[in-house]
Design a protein around this ligand. Structure first.
Ligand code: PLP
Length: 390
């Protein structure tokens, strides 16, 4: 039998965790819709006792997601926010956490309104320059949590350089990799300690479930995170686990197609009238294009710029006209689905962030975020052209 360790990305996505059922031989694995498990005698289980602790469908999914990130461990949650909360709950009152300044608005809401109230300290900094990260590390700093590319300004963090700084300071480094997925970026290979993903996005890819996952190679972190999950209970349902296990089989195909579409559209958008800014890591005009080339790579080594584009349309009237005219793109929060979505981060995904903080970062009322799907690119182009009125 071929050595599974040498399997390439899509072979792992399709086979790891998807082994045929040993009882019936069903090729598609069963869903274990059960809360509890029969014990053969007191304390004598067959590996499972209660589904909050573990469940065979979740165990299959965790094997699959760990393999995709080249990780030893994966721990699955009911949502991406539950995963980020668990990650931060590894630390205590008085501990200090540094976070990229324009992360997903929900991360800001949870940190500032929940955990900060309980005594943890959070500081939002520009993580584009590793030296700036180093400058902000204090004696009580325990974690640096970055997004790269950030949401929605698509700022990048040099993961290898930042991980060297964190290791030297004895601080953990974690990455929200929801925008890239393991197909486009595998941060553990670049020295990062924990990868967080909202599996609601590209991992599931059909806008039909919520989920979150943390992956790590650190046995101690894995043990502490599993204890926290058992203690606090934000586990995903067996049904959602099964849907996600099925969805990752096509992650490579979906991510490649959406990224190809986005690259073509970003270049085309730069030539359109009426746009003040086009932000996309694949453009030579992106100030950190070279970092994208270095660290955003498909499993076979090709450069992957991702499926997210942000544009600034200049005025609220123009914004509303654009949104009204779109027919293929749907106005909705979220990203990473097969269908193209559009949103206004200022009012939608980043509503929880104070206005002055948003404006200082450049998240204006006229900034529009596009999540490019896998439709035919000609139709997407027509839709955008029609909406722009060009
Ligand atoms: C980058 C990023 N991280 C985390 C989350 C939170 O994930 P969830 O909605 O699954 O809780 C989101 C949601 O939009 C996101 O865009």
């Amino acid at each position: 039998m071929a050595n599974k360790k040498n399997w390439k990305f899509s072979t792992k996505a399709i086979h790891v965790g998807n082994e045929a059922d040993t009882e019936s031989g069903s090729v598609s694995p069963p869903i274990h819709l059960t809360s509890t498990f029969k014990q053969d005698a007191v304390g004598k289980t067959r590996g499972f006792d209660y589904s909050r602790v573990s469940n065979p469908t979740r165990q299959r999914l965790e094997k699959n997601l760990a393999a995709l990130d080249n990780a030893k461990h994966a721990i699955c949650y009911s949502t991406g926010m539950a995963a980020t909360t668990a990650l931060f709950q590894l630390f205590d009152a008085g501990d200090h956490i540094l976070i990229s300044r324009n992360t997903y608005g929900g991360t800001y809401r949870m940190a500032m309104n929940v955990l900060q109230r309980q005594g943890m300290e959070f500081e939002w900094i520009d993580t584009r320059d590793p030296v700036n990260v180093e400058k902000h590390i204090r004696p009580n700093t325990k974690l640096v949590h970055v997004e790269t590319p950030t949401n929605p300004l698509l700022e990048l963090c040099n993961l290898e350089a930042t991980s060297v700084i964190c290791k030297k300071a004895g601080v953990y480094l974690s990455v929200d990799n929801s925008f890239m997925s393991p197909y486009g970026q595998r941060p553990l290979d670049l020295g990062v300690d924990v990868v967080m993903q909202s599996s609601t996005k590209s991992l599931s890819g059909h806008s039909d479930i919520l989920g979150g996952v943390l992956t790590t190679n650190d046995d101690d972190l894995d043990e502490r995170l599993r204890f926290l999950l058992k203690a606090t209970g934000a586990v995903p349902s067996p049904f959602d686990n099964w849907i996600l296990l099925r969805s990752t089989k096509t992650l490579g195909l979906r991510y490649q197609k959406s990224t190809d579409n986005a690259a073509e559209l970003a270049t085309w958008l730069c030539k359109q009238k009426g746009l003040d800014r086009v932000l996309y890591p694949g453009l030579n005009s992106h100030p950190q294009h070279e970092i994208a080339v270095k660290q955003q790579r498909s499993p076979s080594g090709d450069v992957i710029f991702g499926h997210m584009i942000s544009i600034d349309i200049g005025s609220i009237d123009a914004r509303d006209r654009f949104l009204e005219r779109l027919e293929v793109f749907t106005l909705a929060e979220s990203l990473g689905g097969v269908e193209s979505l559009v949103c206004v981060p200022y009012n939608m995904t980043h509503a929880a962030i104070p206005v002055d903080v948003k404006l200082e970062m450049g998240i204006t009322e006229t900034l529009i975020r596009l999540s490019i799907g896998i439709e035919d690119v000609a139709d997407l182009k027509d839709d955008l052209q029609n909406a722009l009125g060009n």
